[in-house]
Design a protein around this ligand. Structure first.
Ligand code: GAF
Length: 399
């Protein structure tokens, strides 16, 4: 399998080296926060629904030192060593763009929430694949938010502090970076637990940790990065979100996820029947996907992997047909993985490129990866990259 996660000491030394090279001094602290892969519950977060992501072992490392003035200096190993220098006051919606918005945006959101910050020097190093739908942006935001909160002398230890930080990172992404995303990625990066999937209820922001030891069950979660770059700021994602909001307003609810509390299938169908065309299809995806999250949680608890795979397959169909966020590369990967012995497979993340996941018997991992590569070649598509996703820990101080 390609693209291994860096062990923490490697990430620490890469971020520390970048910091020394840029600022000719040692960082005071290094924090790391992970990317994520979502098992099921796609496009449900901004609809007030359920999602079931895991944190990846792939992390972004942020080496930081405070300054006594209001200057902020950033260096990103993520994009060929980009550098930026400005002041705390430059960091605001409309004041910064591109990678600087993701990297510095949390400073703005923290200050908006009353956290006193001084200037700072910061260097990033990351092994979270970018543009692969594995939340490289959230990993950056969360590593920086953790580091800044710590410099400000505030604790990030308990889940309430983590939930607040996740909300601030979402605010930074929405308002400074201009990507209208929900909160799943930041919640995973800050609130996940090793060995567990994170059951996230976006209606009240509560979380539950669901034990998930795939290896003990003789299984692996294979991530197929189609290497078709996906972006959440290109309009397609935002259009899906707006359609859902319009549909919810038409039905007189705040969010489509509110329909999930209608306690009979008949009642939910009656509500959906009041919508037409695209709105009806989008809403049907949201409601059926919330039900599939419960199905996958039950399957994980019962260790019923066939049932889990079936729900993953159904999720992909719903995203392909009703939500229309898949693409040929994802469909080809999913079909080839299933045909080569995966118990289930689906696109994961925002869609329009990025990654798919497949639940595969351990001894078939290479075979499934080979079949997916062969199918991509045969269709003239880019050769995918592969990772094995193991449910990993949320962000933490690593030096
Ligand atoms: C992206 C977004 F950032 C998340 O908030 C979520 O909506 C996801 O797409 C789709 O489930 O990762």
């Amino acid at each position: 399998m390609s693209e291994q996660a860096w062990p923490d000491p490697d990430g620490v030394s890469r971020a520390t080296e970048a910091f020394r090279a840029a600022f000719d001094a040692a960082p005071e602290q290094v924090w790391a926060s992970p990317g994520r892969v979502n098992l099921v519950g796609e496009h449900t977060d901004y609809n007030g629904g359920l999602a079931l992501p895991i944190a990846l072992p792939h992390r972004t490392f942020a080496a930081i030192a405070p300054r006594s003035d209001r200057t902020v200096r950033l260096v990103s190993g993520l994009d060929d060593g980009h550098r930026w220098e400005g002041t705390l006051d430059d960091i605001r919606p409309g004041g910064v763009s591109d990678w600087v918005a993701y990297c510095a945006g949390p400073a703005w959101a923290l200050r908006e929430d009353g956290v006193e910050l001084s200037g700072f020097d910061l260097a990033l190093a990351s092994c979270v694949p970018t543009g692969a739908g594995l939340s490289s942006s959230a990993a950056v935001e969360c590593a920086v938010a953790l580091a800044l909160t710590s410099l400000a002398g505030e604790s990030t230890d308990d889940d309430a502090a983590r939930a607040r930080l996740a909300a601030l990172c979402v605010r930074a992404e929405n308002e400074v970076a201009g990507a209208p995303t929900g909160g799943m990625d930041q919640a995973t990066s800050l609130r996940a637990k090793a060995g567990h999937a994170l059951l996230l209820d976006c209606r009240d922001d509560s979380v539950e940790h669901v034990a998930l030891d795939l290896e003990a069950a003789g299984l692996a979660l294979l991530v197929v990065d189609t290497r078709v770059h996906h972006s959440l700021a290109d309009g397609q994602y935002g259009r899906r979100r707006t359609t859902c909001e319009t549909a919810a307003a038409r039905l007189g609810v705040t969010q489509l996820g509110d329909l999930d509390s209608i306690d009979t299938e008949n009642g939910r169908q009656t509500a959906l029947a009041r919508l037409d065309g695209e709105e009806a299809r989008r809403a049907r995806h949201v409601l059926t996907e919330i039900a599939r999250v419960r199905e996958v949680v039950d399957a994980a608890r019962a260790q019923d992997w066939t049932r889990m795979g079936t729900a993953m397959d159904a999720s992909h169909e719903s995203l392909r047909v009703d939500y229309e966020v898949s693409c040929v590369e994802l469909d080809v990967a999913v079909e080839a993985a299933r045909a080569a012995g995966a118990l289930g497979a689906r696109m994961t993340g925002g869609g329009f490129g990025g990654s798919a996941i497949a639940l595969v018997p351990l001894d078939l991992t290479e075979q499934v990866a080979g079949a997916v590569t062969a199918a991509a070649r045969e269709r003239g598509l880019r050769e995918p990259a592969f990772h094995v996703a193991v449910p990993s820990a949320s962000g933490e101080r690593v030096a």
